[in-house]
Design a protein. Structure first.
Length: 530
């Protein structure tokens, strides 16, 4: 498919650009080109703002008519110049834009800073190519109010728009902004033969393949014919005739959908709701496997105090063995600081025989993912968070967590939590109103069981980029996140996670026990890890 022949322009972004985004000329934005949607193309919806593109800008050529005249002369058998030499260098001089056009365009590109990399130019300087740009950045340049993804033929989803704008003063200097060579909705991971993502399934939760296909038809048409590998762990099954599980469907649909076409694995581990989560069984199995996915997401957990300390320590030792080369993500839980209720409840007391009122941290927390809601984002009220009573604060957390505790008013919740404990969560993501397909029906669902597979899908894409660049997978995320990744996360400063008859911990600047370091900015994280 020769996209360059299609009358479609660059998809630019969500809102028109601010006038202050351009050089101090006439800043009025005017439509430069506009076309109707071509036959057989279908509008699908918005493309993600971090969608990577390649933008090419055509600067008005100085004298194309002179080049055209020379071309016809040396190609006309009746002309005296027929068959004569055509000097390439001469064409560059003919096509080269005038110095005013070059100065205006260069000043504009420098001002909007679309890419960190220097633009590439054609020999005649009449084309400027900007690589490693994204749609969010292009909004600053080509403000457009109706972003669309456009589908041409089954399986081809491309980011395009039917209109784009330029500052008034540039119209006489720029001929066009060409369609970018886009990946398919970020759907061309380059290391699919090396990279994979895994989802753990417990408590007889089954991930339904038909529901996944229906979810893909709704939200990711290119993936409709794809599926995942179901693996039995010590007798666990992924029954396709019994009722699908909301949890299993949520986990697989969003983790595999975001990471598509990264191969996905779903482990079904035998166990019931009458026992603790069978982490050791699953860990024994996975650590003896020959091929382990680079990213693993788990949306199940326990209250820390319901797990014997010796068991918890042993499980964490095994997770440490796994995390040495694998990014392991866990939901922080949906109980806020304890029971998720504004009134005191039985769950907010210790079970050590003393019946002491206490916040109840979750277990386990390898890389713990909390939840946010709304735009702008605030902490979800149910976002599990607090401080471990079993495990001391790790060194990588010391600076960030100490800064939070230093700001906490003296004796706040005194005796309700362990000030020296490991802080939870580490990060967060959107956690409400996820639309999935369950038993053939579309439903809305949420919780940290939603934010965790969503975050894991992004981590799988980060691992894809690293592997494609010849670098190792990320492995244990936390030291990197706390040391270098905080600026690549959106700091959440509004909301709290109430429970145990309290208002819980507030979201605030920097790390906090409601939202951790914040929510992912994929483009910034990519710059950090690759």
């Amino acid at each position: 498919m020769k996209l360059s022949l299609l009358p479609l322009f660059l998809f630019a972004a969500i809102s028109s650009a601010s006038p202050t985004a351009f050089t101090p000329q006439d800043k009025t934005l005017l439509v430069k080109e506009s076309v109707a949607t071509p036959h057989r193309w279908t509008r699908l919806g918005r493309a993600p703002s971090d969608h990577s593109i390649r933008l090419r800008i055509a600067i008005l050529q100085h004298d194309f008519s002179g080049l055209e005249k020379a071309l016809y002369e040396i190609s006309d058998p009746d002309h005296h110049r027929y068959g004569g030499p055509y000097v390439q260098g001469g064409s560059r001089e003919i096509l080269a834009p005038n110095s005013t056009s070059l100065a205006f365009v260069d000043g504009w590109l420098a001002f909007v800073r679309l890419s960190r990399k220097r633009p590439r130019r054609s020999p005649a300087k009449d084309w400027v190519s900007v690589n490693a740009a994204d749609i969010h950045g292009c909004r600053q340049m080509l403000g457009y109010r109706k972003p669309k993804c456009i589908l041409h033929v089954p399986g081809d989803v491309l980011a395009r728009t039917t209109s784009y704008q330029l500052p008034r003063y540039l119209h006489e200097h720029i001929e066009l902004a060409s369609p970018p060579q886009c990946s398919r909705d970020r759907r061309e991971p380059r290391a699919t033969k090396k990279n994979a993502i895994g989802i753990t399934g417990f408590l007889n939760e089954y991930a339904n393949i038909r529901d996944l296909a229906a979810f893909y038809r709704d939200q990711l048409p290119a993936a409709v014919n794809s599926t995942f590998e179901a693996v039995s762990v010590y007798g666990g099954i992924n029954n396709q005739t019994s009722a699908a599980g909301e949890e299993a469907n949520l986990d697989t649909q969003f983790a595999f959908g975001i990471a598509y076409p990264t191969p996905g694995i779903f482990w079904s581990t035998e166990g019931t709701r009458h026992t603790n989560e069978p982490y050791l069984d699953w860990l024994d199995y996975i650590l003896n496997s020959h091929q382990i996915p680079q990213t693993i997401s788990t949306s199940y957990g326990d209250d820390e105090q319901t797990v014997p300390f010796t068991y918890a320590r042993r499980v964490c030792q095994r997770f440490a063995s796994l995390a040495a080369g694998v990014s392991v993500l866990f939901a922080s839980g949906d109980g806020g600081v304890g029971d998720g209720d504004s009134e005191p409840a039985q769950q907010c007391y210790t079970n050590d025989g003393k019946h002491t009122r206490r916040f109840i941290p979750g277990f386990p927390a390898v890389t713990a993912v909390g939840g946010t809601t709304n735009i702008p984002e605030i902490s979800a009220s149910f976002s599990g968070g607090g401080f471990s009573d079993y495990f001391a604060r790790p060194a990588y957390q010391h600076k960030a967590v100490s800064a939070y505790l230093d700001k906490l008013p003296h004796k706040t919740y005194d005796g309700l939590f362990n000030r020296a404990g490991r802080g939870i969560p580490d990060v967060s993501a959107q956690s409400r109103r996820f639309q999935i397909v369950w038993q053939g029906e579309r439903i809305l669902i949420g919780g940290t069981s939603a934010s965790t597979p969503a975050f894991a899908g992004l981590v799988a894409l980060l691992n894809d980029a690293r592997l494609a660049a010849g670098r190792p997978a990320l492995g244990f995320l936390n030291p990197m996140l706390y040391k270098h990744g905080a600026h690549a996360l959106n700091d959440i400063v509004v909301g709290s996670n109430p429970g145990c008859g309290t208002s819980g911990f507030n979201a605030t600047q920097g790390w906090d026990p409601a939202t951790g370091l914040g929510t992912p900015d994929f483009r910034k994280l990519l710059d950090v890890v690759v």
